[in-house]
Design a protein around this ligand. Structure first.
Ligand SMILES: *Cc1c(COP(=O)(O)O)cnc(C)c1O
Length: 385
């Protein structure tokens, strides 16, 4: 049956279900064993090998969503990213990163790669020519993130994948912000699709997990290191993640519909200076976003003009939570310079457009009228008199 499923909602609800043969329950049972029979068994199951029944079956759902041969889940987005990159890169290799990426990924390279003799560099801009220029003889991986965190920049995924392929370089993307609901990078030629499942896959701000969707071959390489590093995901969390992913499509669609409305509201507001949202026709890559995405996602960033004190604005919010992380069903806001990107040098932040006053807005599923009302009342309290 699973092979016949095509629709993305049906994939979310049904692919990767474990049938409860014992009791006929409607949902997947949870298997928490850390010990499995091995005599005459086809595979040796063990949680750290990421192949317990719940781990194995959830990967089917993720692979079906991303249209890759297979997938793997790990203990966090960074576990997925670090395990993948360290498994593909050896001493003397080079990785080329897009200049505007998640702060934790940038910090992984800056804090750790020197010790392993792994060279890394960042592109100047985001045109394909910016990537091409930076390719070295020893470049093994090109790594992109589109839309990027927190400025929502858009990269031409297909063009970068083609460039990588033509030079025999692997391409990887962090697809956390878009999710497969909005774009499937493997269908555009990308080799490795990474996720912080802590975000939209989980969607309720109560799960920390990561995922890699890729080919069987690459998974073997990544898996052999992941067994050594041991960043596996607990079966309790796997089970909760499977439950959460059933509503992935309807959550993301509702969130991006709200984001479209709220981005227009913020853009039209006389106290905002800038709004970064790919759905706005004023976004520098709006046309590209329209071409390669199915919708524009539910993340945006914006700046007020100087009449608003950002700190008191965030403290005055009553409904929107000024809190870390993103992608939950509840709306949240934060200042990246103080949180997700605080490890970067200020000069690097400014180069990316991350000013100290930039607010990142993760739009939830609430009614937009209530969100707008909350923003308005917080603005009144935060206006410098
Ligand atoms: C949060 C995030 C990560 C890291 O994921 P964790 O689950 O926190 O380890 C990576 N990439 C992006 C785009 C993120 O937002």
């Amino acid at each position: 049956m699973e092979d016949k499923i095509k629709g993305i909602n049906t994939i979310c609800t049904h692919v990767g279900e474990i049938e409860d043969k014992q009791f006929g329950g409607a949902i997947s049972p949870i298997y928490t064993s850390t010990s499995y029979a091995y005599i005459d068994a086809e595979i040796s199951r063990y949680p750290r090998y990421s192949n317990t029944p719940n781990q194995e079956y959830l990967c089917k759902k993720i692979a079906a969503l991303e249209e890759t041969e297979t997938a793997m889940i790990l203990g966090s987005g960074m576990a997925a990213i670090s395990t993948t990159l360290l498994s593909l890169l050896s001493s003397g290799d080079h990785i080329l990163f897009q200049n505007d990426i998640y702060g934790g990924t940038r910090n992984l390279a800056e804090a750790q790669f020197d010790r392993y003799g792994i060279e890394f560099s960042f592109t100047e801009g985001l045109e394909v020519s910016d990537f091409e220029k930076e390719i070295r003889d020893n470049t093994k991986v090109i790594y992109i993130e589109s839309p990027s965190n927190p400025i929502l920049k858009i990269v031409d995924i297909k063009a970068v994948a083609q460039l990588a392929k033509s030079r025999n370089i692997l391409s990887a993307i962090d697809n956390t912000f878009a999710t497969p609901v909005i774009q499937k990078p493997s269908t555009m030629g990308i080799d490795i699709v990474l996720h912080s499942a802590t975000k939209y896959f989980g969607g309720h701000s109560d799960i920390c997990a990561g995922a890699v969707a890729t080919s069987e071959d690459l998974k073997k390489t990544i898996w052999s290191l992941s067994k050594n590093l041991g960043g596996s995901l607990s079966d309790y969390t796997v089970w909760l993640l499977e439950r959460s992913m059933k509503t992935l499509v309807i959550r993301v669609k509702a969130q991006q519909e709200n984001a479209m409305k709220l981005s227009k509201y913020l853009y039209d507001h006389n106290l905002t200076k800038t709004v970064y949202y790919p759905g706005l026709t004023t976004h520098e890559n709006h046309d590209l976003a329209k071409r390669q995405m199915n919708g524009f996602g539910a993340m945006m960033s914006f700046e007020f003009d100087d009449s608003i004190d950002v700190n008191s604005f965030l403290k005055s919010l009553e409904l929107i939570k000024p809190s870390m992380s993103l992608a939950g069903v509840e709306s949240t806001m934060l200042v990246p310079a103080e949180t997700s990107h605080h490890l970067l040098k200020q000069e690097d932040r400014l180069k990316q457009g991350i000013t100290d006053n930039l607010i990142r807005f993760s739009v939830g599923i609430e009614d937009t009228e209530d969100i707008i009302q909350d923003i308005e009342q917080a603005i009144v309290k935060a206006t410098n008199k």
